[in-house]
Write a protein that binds this ligand. Sequence first.
Ligand SMILES: *[C@@H]1O[C@H](CO)[C@@H](O)[C@H](O)[C@H]1NC(C)=O
Ligand SMILES: *[C@@H]1O[C@H](CO)[C@@H](O)[C@H](O)[C@H]1NC(C)=O
Ligand SMILES: *[C@@H]1O[C@H](CO)[C@@H](O)[C@H](O)[C@H]1NC(C)=O
Ligand SMILES: *[C@@H]1O[C@H](CO)[C@@H](O)[C@H](O)[C@H]1NC(C)=O
Ligand SMILES: *[C@@H]1O[C@H](CO)[C@@H](O)[C@H](O)[C@H]1NC(C)=O
Length: 461
Amino acid sequence: MAKCQCRWRRVLLCLCCAPCVLVGSLCVYISLVISYGITITGPAANIPQTLPKHFIAQGLTINGSLAPHPSSSFWDANYHRGALWNRLQVSIDRFYNPILMPKSRRDRYDHLHTSNDDNKKKQFSHPTAGFSEIGNLASIMDDFPELSLQMQMFVRSLHVRDYPVLIQPANLCGSGPRKGQGPFLLLAIKSQDLNFENRQVIRQTWGQAGRVAGETGEGRVVQRVFLLGKKDTELDVDVSELLQLESRHYGDILQWDFQDTFFNLTLKDVLLWDWLSAHCPQTQFIFKGDDDVLVRTAALLDYLQQQILQSGGPGSEGMKGFMVGDVIGAAIPNRVNSTKYFVPETFYKGLYPPYGGGGGVVYSGVLAMRLKRVSRRVHLYPIDDVYVGMCLHRLGVHPIHHPAFLTFDFPKKEMEKPCAYYTVLLVHKRSPAQVKKLWSEMRRNHSECQNTSLRKDTTGE
Ligand SMILES: *[C@@H]1O[C@H](CO)[C@@H](O)[C@H](O)[C@H]1NC(C)=O
Ligand SMILES: *[C@@H]1O[C@H](CO)[C@@H](O)[C@H](O)[C@H]1NC(C)=O
Ligand SMILES: *[C@@H]1O[C@H](CO)[C@@H](O)[C@H](O)[C@H]1NC(C)=O
Ligand SMILES: *[C@@H]1O[C@H](CO)[C@@H](O)[C@H](O)[C@H]1NC(C)=O
Ligand SMILES: *[C@@H]1O[C@H](CO)[C@@H](O)[C@H](O)[C@H]1NC(C)=O
């Protein structure tokens, strides 16, 4: 009996002492770390006088384009004061910050907002709803009246992103038992209602739907959809009947009920993600680009199949964050007020995150679904490719830069080389007539050019 008690006492003693021992070692460890830290960082003279122009953030694989030094501290609360978009975004970022806002509270919000009780909804207003409640725009942006008209229009409808579908393809992603299966590659092409010719040429050349053979690899199912808004019928001819006809004939028109302006292009991304999640969630890859580009679809199919193999399969981690294009690493907002990209400082301050040039990018369907979710936490931004970059940034995804995506055309001299077009996956800008001509030339040159390899980085040449 006594022996037994003794053993229990030892166990008890052990249990009591273990935390003390752990805390003790932790203290010793911390003091060691601190003293080492001081001795290591102490001789500040060792820091080179001129810092390198670029730095690579750890944890991300960045190829080619490196981020620059931040021009200001990330933690300066006053840094973005005065810029409307930044201020609105800060409130959303705080709302979704797991430390500042416990998950239980967010869940309660989400629950309330999926219920139909309007009174309950009012008790808990959401930061994204906040903008419409601010009301007097002039008071938040002193120079609102001086903004360009398109910026004023953008700011007014910044909080709206649920526009109804006017025309949509019926069977893009299979029907019946094959419903929702989706193609290997979906070509989602930004177009405008009057660009009939662009669409027609794309259908006949690089945008053919169905089973498409690779240059060397296997054939894959490709589908095509044109993304359209609506033109102002007061100013333009009304072509809605023609579009209906076009849609019935080709089944590749996806049109929403919003004004098709430059600053509204971001809506095409956001609404495409919504549409895909409802109709084509199994799509493996999405090409999203302009209707004035030339794409080497067959070579792109080969490249994508290679990427799947290298990343370890369609469901791999690599594919969850896969986006490739002409990545612009460290752009700053355009402050020239006469250009169409002009964004005033009163609207946005800071650098742009890395983003794939809007002429054309390719990303995985899995990433599209993640972008759809995270985009609910990012205020719309008037430049569409930058907006996608902002969403990627919040997912911790870095797009892959590939020099074969030429969204700014060939460098001088390179175009004259024989087989130049065989070195690219995409080239921007080409008129419908040029696309047609290049396409037939490329078929003619195929046998002599087929072994040309894709462009590599030529920076420094
Ligand atoms: C990108 O960088 C990673 C890590 O540095 C490297 O393994 C990979 O080969 C690079 N990819 C390209 C396309 O250069
Ligand atoms: C975008 O479309 C909406 C809906 O048609 C419109 O109210 C808004 O003014 C448009 N925004 C821009 C910047 O054109
Ligand atoms: C554009 O900027 C210039 C100087 O930067 C200024 O003089 C001009 O008034 C501005 N124009 C508009 C329309 O704001
Ligand atoms: C096809 O080959 C001809 C003759 O070499 C060349 O002039 C032309 O630019 C090539 N076109 C394309 C699209 O490769
Ligand atoms: C291209 O490569 C294939 C196989 O590697 C070879 O048989 C063919 O002769 C090459 N063609 C040219 C024009 O170099």
